[in-house]
Structure formats: structure tokens, C-alpha cells
Write a new protein. Structure first.
Length: 251
């Protein structure tokens, strides 16, 4: 069942989303070769406490997920678990994903940065993945079909020679981090539900330089590309209303 949100619920979600955006902006500024992915976990929690102590990290404990942040490097697509042993290297493609609950409503977003200097291929992957998210968001409008968003992302990514992951998708968001509907990053335009005012969704293209198959590591969480190709992930939470579409997790 899709839970359409009132304007006052969306106002709360703006705040949840803003908190997530601030944390990701802070983490992006400190990613560099030599730090560990655990340093990012700690930095997220310290920054959150200093910025909005009443916000609660959304991922830790979710279906047993052990930490508050996901950090996924190179062939890791999503849900990498921060570790004191994982040192970020020059040129690593680092995807960071964070979410909170604030006043009972979730915000969820992700971004990808390169530690130090990246290869031209890595730089281009980030550019195309970020742009594909915004291509999708252009179609996130009342009256459109949900999969107009999906199709726009897929077309943009494939036109640039990359692949969109099929096994993991975006989602509705609200009082739960994951709600109906699913928001795939591939599909046919003119299919799916018709978007009605109050729909709140997280759109999150996961893009690889190779093929789109992923497999999960023994930790039960980390999704990696099966061909070892590089992956990037960008995510925004959105509220689609009759007054327009608001990107809740953009500064
Ligand atoms: N943005 C991710 C998602 O929507 C974060 C979930 S990590 C989890 O799936 F551990 F909490 F599942
Ligand atoms: Co998400």
C-alpha cells in the first residue's frame, strides 16, 4: 500500500532529508586516501550528534545491518560495512549512503566521491550516474507514470555505455525507510503507477562500467559486481506534490 503524505508530513521529511544532506556533505569533504571506512562511520555519528542530536541513524539495526553508514568501494555497489581494516586508497571510488529518522520520518541519500585523483573512467562513471539521477527526477511529476523515472535513468545510463543494476531498486520512504512502491532504475515508460500528490520516494541509480549482475559477499550485505567492474551510487529522497517536486536531500 502506498502512503501518500500530507504537506505537514512533507515538511518534517524536508528536515530529515536536510540532516542527511548535511552529513553526506561533511563526509564527502573528509574522504581521502589513508582514512578507514570506520573513520567515516565515526565521523557520521559525531557530526550527526553535533548537528541534530535528536536524529536517529536509520540503517543500524535495520534487518540486522551492523552500522549507521554504508561505504562501498570500487566494485562494491552498495551496503558495504564500515571496517577499521578497510583503508581508502588513492583513486578509490567511494559510495557513501546514510539515512536518519527525525520526528518519526526517514531521509535517505547517497553520493559517490573519488579519493584523491581518479582515472578518467571513474570520473566519467560518477558524472553519468549523478546525471542519470537528475534525468530520472525530471520525470518525477504528478500525473506521470512511475516507470517514466526508471526508463529515463536506464536510457541515460545505457546511452553512455554503462549498465544499471537490476537486483537493487529505489523505494517509497516515510515513517519507514522502505515503503511501497519499488522504484527500479530500469523499465518501460508509461508503466507503473500514476504519480499522485504526496508520493515520497528515494530514487537511487546504481551504475556499473561493466554488466549489471551483482552478488552478495559472505557478510550478507555487501553487493559487488560479478565482473569486477566499477560501480557508483547516487540517491535522493523526493516529495512529489501538486506544487512541484522537492528534492529533500539536496543542500
Ligand atoms: N539507501 C539504502 C537502501 O535504501 C540503505 C539501506 S542500508 C540498510 O537500501 F542496511 F539499512 F539496509
Ligand atoms: Co535507499
Amino acid at each position: 500500500m502506498i502512503l501518500y503524505k500530507s504537506m505537514s508530513e512533507i515538511d518534517t521529511m524536508r528536515k530529515s532529508g536536510h540532516i542527511v544532506a548535511l552529513v553526506l556533505d561533511h563526509l564527502s569533504s573528509i574522504v581521502r586516501p589513508g582514512i578507514t571506512t570506520w573513520d567515516l562511520e565515526e565521523a557520521a555519528l559525531d557530526f550527526l550528534k553535533a548537528t541534530e542530536p535528536s536524529a536517529i541513524p536509520a540503517f543500524k539495526g535495520y534487518m540486522g545491518y551492523p552500522t549507521s553508514l554504508c561505504v562501498s568501494i570500487n566494485d562494491e555497489v552498495v551496503h558495504g560495512i564500515p571496517s577499521k581494516k578497510r583503508i581508502i586508497k588513492e583513486g578509490d571510488v567511494v559510495s557513501i549512503d546514510f539515512g536518519v529518522f527525525y520526528n518519526g520520518y526517514a531521509g535517505d541519500a547517497a553520493t559517490t566521491i573519488i579519493a584523491g585523483k581518479g582515472t578518467p573512467e571513474a570520473e566519467n562513471l560518477l558524472k553519468i550516474t549523478r546525471e542519470s539521477l537528475y534525468e530520472g527526477i525530471k520525470h518525477a511529476k504528478v500525473g506521470n507514470y512511475l516507470h517514466d523515472i526508471s526508463a529515463a535513468i536506464q536510457e541515460y545510463v545505457e546511452d553512455h555505455g554503462y549498465s544499471v543494476v537490476r537486483e537493487l531498486v529505489g523505494h517509497g520512504i516515510g515513517q519507514s525507510m522502505h515503503e511501497a512502491p519499488q522504484v527500479p532504475n530500469f523499465g518501460e515508460k508509461g508503466t507503473g503507477i500514476i504519480i499522485r500528490p504526496g508520493l515520497t520516494i528515494a530514487v537511487e541509480p546504481m551504475v556499473t562500467t561493466g554488466n549489471y549482475d551483482v552478488v552478495f559477499l559472505n557478510d550478507g550485505w555487501t553487493a559487488v559486481t560479478t565482473d569486477g567492474s566499477l560501480a557508483a551510487h547516487f540517491e535522493h529522497s523526493l516529495a512529489i506534490t501538486s506544487q512541484g517536486t522537492f528534492i529533500l536531500t539536496e543542500l
